[in-house]
Design a protein around this ligand. Structure first.
Ligand SMILES: Cc1ncc(COP(=O)(O)O)c(C=O)c1O
Length: 503
């Protein structure tokens, strides 16, 4: 069929249509966002309930539909059936409240739609990304002239740095020859508290998860330095090739910060790549509330940062920083004949695993300017102080046992007051374990407040993490009461007969 002189594209909109629908959507979203604090954190529905409510079981429609109706209906459905990490009582995992300016920035980025793989395809966006990365680095005390790239999140930021370390320290051309060409097993060292990204990195990179040396953590969940040193010495003696040590700047479970100054000194002495997983905590290095050890991330060969955590970005935004920009290029660049790129310019395709790339940097760049460095320090400091306030409240409450407070994470468990005297007894511990698992599950579904869990030693704990500028002191003050009320009801239902007498 010949193409019509004036093409009809079913996806196209007139300027007027776009303006009208956009205004209407922003209007609707402003109301929905403002209403979040008054509703549940989550509706706590099952997958089947969600599919039924949104009508998700039907076939792809053959014919198109009115975009205004689609947008309006989808926005109300989304907000009726979502979990809101921007809810003041969302304190689970490490997912931030999204900065409103960043929500608008994502719209703007999609409208301009630069392909941030190459300067020629994204002139303004590439240079904005360069500045955003420099600002992040300088904000946390890392050299501003480092290499860096925006990625999807903390996992990819760490994995990107891992590949830079692997290429730099393999001792042979590992990118061309593969891992098997080298002599001895390549070894990476990390504490047992390290996030699961390291397993994915070892797996994807071909060194294999068995190459990871999991070093025990001490009583404060920090890497045991003596054990690390002994393991590196033993591995060298066995003919292995230690190449990388991972320090964690804010662990996922408890917010523990490894002894980064000591790790940096050890890596220098041993000629090892020193990486800091700062996905959660690195941004807090800018705050005087954070422990001094965190600031030694400035000595690392690479640092993973995660703006969709403590820079309060909507998902997705991660950032890999590598001290020597050439090491990033050496790990990722190729020059195929079908690209015509000016090598004098910054082409992000050379700095990471992605080819075509979206404009993740815009929201970060705008939010950093909206709040300014001082504004960010205030919000991060407030989050940490609220977490300390929660730890105080939990310690003072008869029905909770407090465990840890680091950065903005507090861990604790529900212990009915009458069982406190018998802590450690196997039947009591078994009940507490089951009770806290059930409390976590049902409190999450209740929508009243949302915490997640940690496991320390054998203990199953509740865990509240505050990377949420919407959370107020009143939300924190209400949390122990909410959990104690729910915990009491579950205890009454679940307590084994043998423990009833303790009541
Ligand atoms: C310390 C740490 N590293 C890495 C990650 C992974 O980050 P993401 O979920 O953004 O991929 C997390 C996530 O919580 C984390 O806490």
């Amino acid at each position: 069929m010949p193409i019509a002189p004036k093409r009809h594209a079913p996806l196209a909109m007139t300027e007027e249509q776009f303006r009208t629908l956009g205004h209407r959507l922003v209007e609707q979203l402003a109301g929905l966002l403002a209403a979040i604090p008054d509703g549940p954190v989550t509706p706590g529905e099952t997958p089947a309930q969600v599919r039924a409510a949104l009508g998700l079981d039907g076939p792809l429609p053959e014919q198109g539909a009115d975009p205004g109706v689609l947008l309006e209906r989808t926005a109300s459905h989304l907000f009726a059936h979502s979990l809101f990490n921007g809810h003041p009582k969302f304190l689970g995992y490490i997912t931030a409240s999204p900065a409103p300016i960043a929500i608008l920035a994502d719209l703007m980025a999609a409208a301009a739609n630069p392909n941030c793989g190459a300067f020629v395809l994204s002139p303004a966006a590439t240079e904005i990304e360069r500045q955003a990365i420099r600002w992040i680095a300088e904000f946390i005390g890392y050299p501003g002239d480092c290499g860096g790239i925006m990625v999807s999140g903390g996992n990819m930021a760490n994995i990107t740095c891992f590949f830079a370390a692997r290429a730099a320290h393999a001792g042979h051309d590992v990118r061309a020859q593969g891992i098997a060409a080298g002599r001895g097993t390549m070894r990476v060292y990390a504490s047992a508290e390290t996030h699961t990204w390291i397993s994915k990195a070892a797996d994807l990179s071909g060194i294999g998860t068995q190459a990871i040396r999991w070093i025990a953590a001490d009583a404060r969940q920090r890497i045991d330095l003596a054990a690390l040193k002994a393991q590196v010495t033993a591995d060298r003696a066995a003919g292995d090739r230690p190449f990388m040590v991972v320090g964690t700047g804010g662990s996922v479970s408890t917010g523990a910060v490894d002894d980064l100054p000591a790790l940096a000194a050890f890596c220098t002495q041993e000629g090892l790549w020193f990486h800091v997983d700062g996905a959660y905590g690195a941004i807090a290095a800018a705050s005087s509330e954070a422990p001094d050890d965190l600031r030694a991330l400035a000595l690392a060969d690479s640092v993973a940062v995660d703006p969709h955590k403590w820079l309060y970005m909507p998902l997705e935004a991660g950032c890999a920083l590598v001290r020597d920009a050439n090491k990033l290029r050496d790990a990722f660049s190729y020059h195929p004949p079908y690209y015509h790129l000016d090598e004098e310019y910054l082409n992000y395709v050379d700095m990471g695993p992605q080819n075509s790339r979206g404009f993740r940097a815009l929201k970060v760049w705008l939010a950093l300017q909206h709040a300014g460095a001082a504004g960010y320090r205030t919000m991060i400091g407030d989050d940490i102080r609220l977490s300390q306030r929660l730890a105080d409240a939990v310690r003072a409450h008869a029905d909770f046992e407090w465990y840890t407070q680091d950065l903005s994470i507090t861990t604790f468990r529900y212990v009915p007051a009458d069982l406190r005297a018998r802590l450690g007894a196997p039947d009591v511990e078994a009940h507490l374990d089951a009770l806290n698992r059930e409390l976590l599950d049902s409190s999450q579904k209740s929508g009243e407040a949302f915490v997640s869990n940690a496991v320390i030693g054998e203990r199953y704990l509740l865990r509240a993490c505050i990377v949420n500028f919407n959370t107020q002191a009143a939300d924190i003050d209400a949390l122990p009461g909410i959990l104690a009320r729910q915990g009491c009801a579950i205890d009454q239902r679940m307590r084994p007969a043998a423990l009833q007498a303790a009541r």
